[in-house]
Design a protein around this ligand. Structure first.
Ligand code: FES
Length: 310
């Protein structure tokens, strides 16, 4: 692997040589593929044991799936509380080099002596200079610009007079917008049924709160969406309890009935279908929530009857 690593030529052990620090008195380098909670822990253990570790992930940031969870099953522990210390430790550990936004292309060699070819995707960010301020996200010319209106789009690209009135009224009523950003976004989401980028941009212009901050809050919570949502949101629980009770079948059947995939909205704008992780009523598994109403012990044959109520 070509790398700018400050680590002087990682040691490559001979064939069959024990790869245990302190036994051979020699230290090798290790590649850990995947930087979820297990990958991070493996990297930390190896690094503490004296190995130089390349922690690789195909995403731009480490953390994996767990970084997207609010709570973990079955203990209901806060996911970020568990993983944040590990994120920091991995970022600071002198024996760990993060290789993000990269994929393994080829592996050859024998156990203890592998050559790994890695493809790094273009980041368009100078990692030496990046301080993580997020300003580049705000000014990104391709990702967060107001999109031109697509044919049949459910929203206009520019704010309407009604939207501006709504935001202005909201700002007059809210004294500390930055401190109460979550509830402000909830109000916007209720008003528009999602968080339109052009409205967020208007809000950002009026308050000086960076658009990137609003986007990061909006994408952290399942309750928010940056895409137009239907009149009703159907959430199929795919948490462990519901999954083992067959919620996958419910999801497939709903996709058939509505003719959309999870994450999409029906053409008439009536329903949005999504999957969620544990909605907190595992005793009712498999559970489905439509808007604020929860349905328990749902059976495939009962789905149409439930939908007809909406
Ligand atoms: S797994 Fe808890 S409600 Fe579905």
């Amino acid at each position: 692997m070509e790398t700018d690593s400050p680590h002087p030529d990682p040691y490559v052990p001979e064939r069959n040589e024990p790869l245990v620090a302190g036994v051979s008195n020699k230290i090798g380098s290790v590649l850990v593929v995947g930087s979820g909670i297990s990958g991070m822990q493996a990297a930390l253990d190896l690094a503490d044991g004296g190995y130089y570790v390349y922690l690789l992930d195909s995403e731009p940031a480490i953390g994996g799936l767990m970084s997207k969870l609010d709570k973990t099953f079955p203990t209901n522990d806060c996911a970020m509380c568990v993983m944040s210390p590990k994120l920091v430790d991995c970022g600071r550990h002198l024996n760990i080099e993060l290789v993000t936004y990269a994929d393994v292309k080829n592996i050859d060699g024998v156990p203890g002596n592998y050559n790994v070819e890695i493809v790094r995707k273009a980041k368009s960010v100078d990692e030496e200079k990046c301080t993580g301020c997020g300003d580049c996200v705000t000014g990104c010319p391709s990702r967060y610009v107001v999109r031109p209106p697509a044919e049949g789009a459910l929203y206009e690209p520019e704010t309407t007079a009604d939207e501006r009135d709504f935001i202005d009224r909201l700002l007059r009523e809210e004294e500390d917008v930055e401190g109460n950003l979550l509830s402000v976004l909830q109000d916007v989401s209720e008003y528009s049924r999602y968080l339109p980028e052009h409205v967020l941009k208007y809000l950002s212009d009026k308050t000086g709160i960076p658009l990137a901050r609003m986007i990061s809050v909006a994408t952290f919570y399942d309750a928010f969406s940056l895409e137009p949502r239907g009149e009703h949101t159907i959430s199929v629980c795919m948490g462990t309890a519901c999954h083992v009770k067959g919620s996958g079948l419910l999801q497939s059947r709903l996709e058939d009935i509505l003719q959309i995939q999870s994450g999409e909205t029906t053409a008439d704008g009536k329903f949005t279908l999504q999957t969620v992780r544990c909605i907190g009523c595992c005793a009712l598994a498999p559970a489905v929530r439509i808007d604020e109403e929860t349905f328990g012990f749902v059976m495939v044959r009962g789905l149409e009857k439930i939908l007809n109520r909406f």
